[in-house]
Design a protein around this ligand. Structure first.
Ligand code: AMP
Ligand code: MG
Length: 494
């Protein structure tokens, strides 16, 4: 029996509502739900943040995580933002179903927004019901935590609560609430919202707050706003390079879904590549492939141009000079992104730095993978096994035969670059996962959940929490889909 006493909930702070003008948010309490039940609690994340898991699992904790009665030290609010959705301007967005209770601090002093997603309607809900289907909430929990375990910057998921209520979508579905944590939920769309406010002082207040919150080292720079643009470009380039390297397709890279913090946010119809097809699109709403896998870097740059144009009045007092600065910085994205991408991909084939050899090897490898429709994740992992025959095999056919010639060439190049087999193996196995949240695995686990069986979700979460290690009892989760269970379309499920 655990004799530990319940400490109580986290301390909540309120810098957003204290330091920003009230046009950036509206106070809004969550709407109570009928029969809340704590389905999943991320005890590792809670412990790392020093939040008492006994409290989170208690009656009081449930009142907080369900939004039924947030603790007295919270001041719930919804944020305002605009955005470009599939390239179309939408001034009227904002948190339509997500409510921030306040900010908490990690033991190292990192501030996190503590948000309930699916917590009821807000002044920004429009025609929406402010709720989210439980399946979509669980999907976000599983994928965001998998991303964190893969060392990809992301919002985190602390808990999933079922509500005992249903939401009307194509059919009636059980609804859920996700407790989501982020270093800061300010989006490119939050800056775009300033064009609606038509107030240079409010734009400045938002930029100053963002800098203070996310990049305080920039405060003393000559022009902190140019530096903010530069830093955001750097963070986006780094993030997208990681997405590409892991084979992640976000699916809805609208400017309201891009955080200045460089964290991945809003796991709607996102998906992971199975076989390597660079123009892969999974989202059922992405009719023209705007957010296809190979388009993501270009779209990131387009999104950053939206941020740059929102920041223009702060970049230089003279309009023309501001435009020149914006253009110069946004154009530099390509080079920054290419540098990150080359390194991420070099590591996948055992190189510790990127050079002409690693880039040419990657180019040739991807070409063959595309022609042969090889599984993206499995090919890289399996290649590492070909360096060391002593390593346990994942399955019998562990060397992709169409690559025999490439492997020979690759080994020569490793040798010429003075990279030992051990270094290459260790480098590769630290970045090439065995397990990713494959689309068919998510679908199967969520289908079981709708029948009342959460076990597959728990197994998947467990596997994905250490994706580079073998989980002997769950080795089936390492397998690509077959023709029958392959998922080619994903749905937003909002
Ligand atoms: P998303 O696709 O989740 O990024 O949402 C796009 C916009 O629609 C955001 O402003 C959301 O707050 C809003 N939204 C999505 N679903 C709902 C809902 N069920 N109720 C109210 N607003 C919603
Ligand atoms: Mg969104």
């Amino acid at each position: 029996m655990n004799a530990r006493s319940i400490k109580g909930g986290p301390e909540f702070c309120h810098s957003y509502t204290t330091l920003l003008p009230n046009s950036f948010y509206r106070y809004q309490k969550p709407t109570s739900v009928r029969k809340p039940n704590l389905l999943i609690l991320n005890t590792d994340l809670a412990s790392s943040l020093n939040i008492d898991t006994m409290w989170l699992s208690s009656e009081e904790g449930l009142l907080c995580l369900s939004g039924n009665q947030p603790p007295p030290n919270t001041k719930p609010f919804a944020t305002a933002y605009s955005g470009h959705q599939f390239g179309m301007w939408n001034p009227e967005l904002g948190d339509g179903r997500a409510i921030i209770l306040g900010e908490i601090f990690s033991p190292s002093g990192q501030r996190f927004d503590f948000q309930l997603k699916g917590a009821g309607d807000t002044p920004y809900s429009g025609m929406g019901d402010g709720r989210a289907p439980l399946g979509a909430i669980l999907r976000e929990y599983i994928v965001s935590e998998a991303m964190a375990a893969l060392s990809i910057p992301t919002t985190r998921s602390l808990a999933v609560v079922s509500t005992g209520e249903r939401v009307a979508r194509q059919k009636l579905l059980p609804s859920g609430i996700l407790t989501r944590l982020s270093k800061c939920l300010i989006r490119i769309g939050t800056f775009e919202y300033c064009s609606r406010l038509e107030s240079p002082s409010k734009l400045k207040a938002l930029a100053d707050y963002t800098i203070q919150r996310l990049y305080p080292h920039l405060i003393k720079s000559h022009n902190p706003y140019i530096e903010l643009l530069q830093e955001t470009i750097e963070q986006q380039a780094r993030l997208i390079a990681k997405w590409q390297a892991i084979g992640f397709v976000h699916g809805v890279m609208n400017t309201d879904n891009i955080l200045l913090s460089g964290e991945t946010v809003d796991y709607g119809p996102c998906a992971f590549l199975d076989d390597y097809q660079p123009n892969a699109v999974f989202s059922s709403i992405d009719k023209h492939g705007r957010y296809a896998y190979n388009n993501q870097p270009l779209i990131a740059q387009w999104n950053l141009s939206c941020l740059a144009s929102s920041l223009l009045p702060l970049l230089d007092q003279k309009k023309l000079s501001a435009l020149v600065i914006a253009e110069e910085y946004v154009n530099a994205f390509d080079e920054i992104y290419n540098k990150y991408y080359a390194l991420e991909m070099a590591k996948k084939i055992g190189f510790t730095i990127a050079n002409d050899d690693s880039s040419k090897l990657i180019e040739d490898l991807l070409k063959t993978m595309q022609e042969q429709k090889l599984d993206y994740t499995r090919t890289f992992r399996t290649l590492s096994y070909s360096l060391n025959t002593d390593t346990p095999k994942l399955c019998e056919n562990h060397e992709p035969t169409p690559l025999t010639k490439w492997i020979q060439h690759w080994r020569e190049k490793l040798w010429q670059n003075n990279i030992t087999m051990t270094t290459a193996l260790n480098t590769m196995q630290a970045v090439n996962p065995i397990y990713i949240p494959r689309n068919h695995l998510l679908d199967e686990a969520l289908a079981a959940m709708t029948l009342g069986n959460l076990q597959p979700c728990h197994e998947l979460i467990d596997c994905l929490s250490s994706p580079f290690e073998h989980h002997r009892q769950h080795s089936k989760y390492a397998l690509p889909p077959n023709n029958k269970n392959k998922v080619v379309k994903t749905f937003c499920g909002t």
